[in-house]
Design a protein around this ligand. Structure first.
Ligand code: IFM
Length: 445
């Protein structure tokens, strides 16, 4: 059965600065927490770093040609705070701003709508040295950086997001310590959550006071967290992880309060007036989604909530993440009920890592990725039929890239990158996605 997406549906691709740009010491860029973290021993698989990544900083014209060939209508990138403000605040780095200026002009010249995310995990190291996301001042510095970036690019870029997956930045970076800056703790994570929420609120205000005509939101991440058993401790752990992962940002930002299992602990951090700053009316509602997982009581986890690998036999991606497209439909329906109402909804990341192989004829027949995309897109169609106003879908990712603690071993791209030569090669999924982007109906399995 073939089914079409609604007229005007936006087909996009997403990337992030640290994962693709490289050129970490060029043209005045300052170090970020990921430069520091990835250079520490044993933090990233194989000791890999984002020093070169896809070398997009130099090869962006080639990557833009790929976007043109793909036929996407929108491209979501992130600006690197340490490229624009090497010390995190103060005087901007003209060359950093010029890079994004040129890129945006070129993207628009291709008829592709640029979307900018202001924070995709690369906090300037100078600010981490001052307490990072645990320091309330960083929220104001984020607002200054946001205003500066919008002043330069807001005449052309209409769609803005403050943060990408602030939950991942807070939980992986400040609770579990497996992402930069590598801090493990409970109070550290709660502080980071609150300061990032404040930064979002101040950032939205700063962007709107620069220009009232822009569309701004936040990019959440929703992954259902079911209890691994009916045991009370597992149920409690699942409620906690759901609050921490799925609710600790959208709840305060759209409803003005922290979710129940965290609310009491957060009280110590919340100052009078904070929720007035944090709760801002978004112009659209966006999130990323990849999988679902079950949760068990884990006394060694800072929030006593551990993730259980999928049961043997369940289909998984190369990340070990369960393939469960029905979870995306459920999340979309829940998002509308709980948060977004009639706001336009965008999925700003979805995709899958698989161990791709280049065949002798040079082709990459990545059928598992095509099947994943087809099934998740069918779930999007189901949610649209159920009344969720989904207006766009952005695949993660255009290119294979630096997958954080997994280095270059996990490939999410529609385009294969040979990290020794930096040669790009189209995968079969590139052609599959390109046809949809050009208006072909989705053939359901
Ligand atoms: O690569 C990441 C991206 O930076 C944020 N969302 C999830 C992707 C896959 O892990």
């Amino acid at each position: 059965m073939a089914e079409s997406f609604p007229d005007g549906f936006v087909w996009g691709a997403s990337t992030a600065a640290y994962q693709i740009e490289g050129a970490v010491k060029e043209d005045g860029r300052g170090p970020s927490i990921w430069d520091t973290f990835s250079h520490l021993p044993d933090k990233v698989s194989g000791g890999e770093t984002g020093d070169i990544a896809c070398d997009h900083y130099h090869r962006w014209p080639e990557d833009l040609a790929l976007m043109r060939e793909l036929g996407i209508g929108a491209y979501r990138l992130s600006t690197a705070w340490p490229r624009i403000l090497p010390e995190g605040r103060g005087r901007p780095n003209p060359k950093g701003l010029e890079f994004y200026d040129r890129l945006i002009d070129a993207v628009m010249a291709e008829g592709i709508e640029p979307w900018i995310c202001l924070y995709h995990w690369d906090l300037p190291q100078a600010l981490e040295d001052r307490g990072g996301w645990q320091n309330r001042d960083v929220a104001s510095w984020f607002a200054e950086y946001s205003a500066m970036t919008v002043r330069r690019l807001g005449d052309r870029v209409k769609y803005w997001a403050t943060f990408n997956e602030p939950n991942a930045a807070a939980v992986l970076g400040y609770a579990e310590g497996v992402h930069a800056p590598g801090i493990r703790g409970r109070t550290t994570a709660l502080a980071a959550i609150h300061v990032m929420n404040l930064a979002h609120g101040l950032g939205v205000e700063a962007v709107r006071s620069e220009r009232a005509d822009l569309r701004i939101g936040n990019i959440y991440n929703f992954h259902p967290r079911e209890p691994a058993s009916e045991h009370e401790q597992d149920e409690r752990a699942a409620v906690m992880l759901d609050a921490l992962w799925n609710r600790s940002f959208p709840d305060p930002q759209t409803r003005g309060s922290y979710p129940e299992p965290l609310a009491a602990e957060m009280e110590a951090l919340v100052q009078p007036g904070d929720f007035d700053i944090i709760k801002q009316r978004p112009d659209y509602f966006a999130f990323n989604h990849y999988t679902r997982s079950s949760t068990r009581h884990d006394p060694d986890h800072p929030f006593e909530a551990g993730t259980v690998p999928p049961a043997p036999g369940r289909p998984v991606t190369d990340m070990g993440w369960e393939i469960a497209p029905e979870a995306l439909r459920a999340v979309l329906v829940e998002v509308k009920e709980r948060y977004s109402g009639n706001l336009p909804v965008y999925i700003l990341e979805n995709g899958a890592a698989f161990p791709d192989r280049i065949d002798e004829d040079g082709r990459i027949r990545d059928e598992p990725r095509i099947a994943y995309l087809r099934d998740y897109l069918a779930a999007v169609l189901d949610a649209i039929a159920a009344g969720v106003p989904v207006r766009g879908y952005f695949v993660w990712s255009l290119l294979d890239n630096f997958e954080w603690r997994f280095g270059y071993g996990k490939r999410f791209g529609l385009v294969h990158v040979d990290f020794a030569t930096l040669e790009r090669r189209l995968k079969d999924s590139f052609h599959f996605y390109g046809e949809l982007a050009r208006g072909a109906p989705l053939e359901r399995e």
